[in-house]
Design a binder for this molecule. Structure first.
Ligand code: F0G
Length: 359
């Protein structure tokens, strides 16, 4: 049996696989890690930047999709988690914890498993998508369902980590922001600095904060257009939403922890944080899947919903961040599509009718 320490990849060990360089290695110069520090990686980052011809046509700009669902656990959270868990291990931590609408939980659980440390997650009862719950459980995290919403879960977990030696890996953790800023580096490199506007969903507001930090470090300043779901839009309203509600469960958040940072990112970039309705989110979600071939989760589609709603405002190079993949939330996908399943008897006539008959 190997001990947790020997199971950790060192930076040198990670270099054995040259097919994909972990972001912590790719951007080490710009991250708070030194050679030889423990590296807990699942080979995250370096995600595709895909052209979106249909969207481009619709808004009259060159639109690309940053496919963050291509990260190992299927969301952008892995960028922050490789850093947060590597730092926790460096400090000798034996356990990590987070409050989550699902993706942070899945990511924390995976990286903790990789590191051989324990993980607990607090999720709002009955309110996280099934794929995320499956991931979190299978990675062996302790899943605690709170009779309360995400904001309350985060309050409690902050109080708990103030009193116990468990590392908090929500985006209050600076290492999360540091790791997530690398997505801005990748886009900047891929577009050779020509990006003019970035569309991004906003929940707890860690990611928009990270992107702005990343762009600033490179001296770039695209406009950041953050989008919140109408029923969970505290940054748009300028006040806490006590009972946030939206179909996009990942961003069902009423009191974002990175509130000031997100507002500063929007203002300093000459951008904005604006609302999109659930209907607009679901329309964008279906359009992405049926016209661009890209299945993301509903929260991710908020970035595209916002672009479609408010337009490209003369920006020619636009990127929409698709934060998580569609399989995270099969229930919502099955309930919101234009397709139908055709029952069929097991004989040729019935098959012919099913395949070739009028739809
Ligand atoms: N998109 C997805 C798929 C998310 O899971 C989240 C946040 C966001 C967008 C918003 O990012 O919070 O940095 O503004 N999910 C968190 C979680 C809250 O617990 O998984 P943010």
């Amino acid at each position: 049996m190997s001990t947790p320490t020997t199971r950790l990849l060192t930076v040198e060990g990670a270099a054995d696989t040259r097919t994909h360089v972990p972001l912590l290695e790719r951007y080490r110069q710009r991250l708070p890690f030194a050679p030889g520090d423990p590296l807990v990686t699942l080979q995250e980052g370096s995600t595709p930047l895909l052209r979106a011809p249909v969207l481009s046509e619709l808004v009259g700009a060159t639109v690309r999709l940053k496919l963050e669902g291509a990260n190992p656990t299927g969301s952008f959270k892995d960028r922050g988690m490789t850093c947060a868990v590597s730092a926790a291990v460096r400090e000798g931590a034996k356990a990590v914890i987070c409050a989550s609408t699902g993706n942070t939980a899945a990511s924390a659980a995976a990286y903790a498993a990789r590191a051989g440390i324990t993980c607990a997650v607090i999720v709002p009862e009955g309110r996280i998508a099934q794929g995320k719950m499956a991931q979190t459980l299978v990675h062996g995290a302790r899943v605690i369902e709170l009779k309360g919403n995400f904001d309350r879960a985060l309050e409690l977990v902050r109080e708990l980590t103030g009193a116990h030696p468990i590392v908090l890996v929500n985006s209050v953790n600076e290492f999360r922001i540091e790791g997530q800023k690398t997505a801005a580096f990748e886009i900047h490199e891929a577009l050779e600095g020509s990006l003019e506007a970035l569309c991004i969903p906003v929940g707890n507001a860690g990611n928009i904060t990270s992107y702005w930090r990343g762009f600033r470090e490179l001296g770039a300043a695209p406009r950041l257009w953050g989008f919140q779901a109408e029923g969970a839009a505290p940054l748009v309203l300028g006040k806490i939403v006590e009972q946030p509600e939206t179909v996009a469960s990942a961003i069902r958040i009423g009191n974002p922890v990175r509130w000031e940072d997100a507002m500063a990112a929007a203002t300093d970039s000459r951008g904005s944080i604006r609302p999109v309705s659930d209907q607009e989110i679901l329309a964008a979600f279906r359009l992405l899947a049926s016209k661009e071939g890209m299945f993301c989760e509903p929260a991710s589609a908020a970035s595209v919903a916002g672009l479609l709603k408010y337009g490209a405002d003369a920006a020619e190079q636009v990127v929409c961040v698709l934060t998580g993949r569609g399989l995270k939330d099969p229930e919502t996908a099955i309930a919101n599509n234009d397709g139908r399943v055709i029952p069929c008897a097991a004989e040729i006539g019935a098959i012919e009718e099913a395949v070739l008959g009028d739809p």
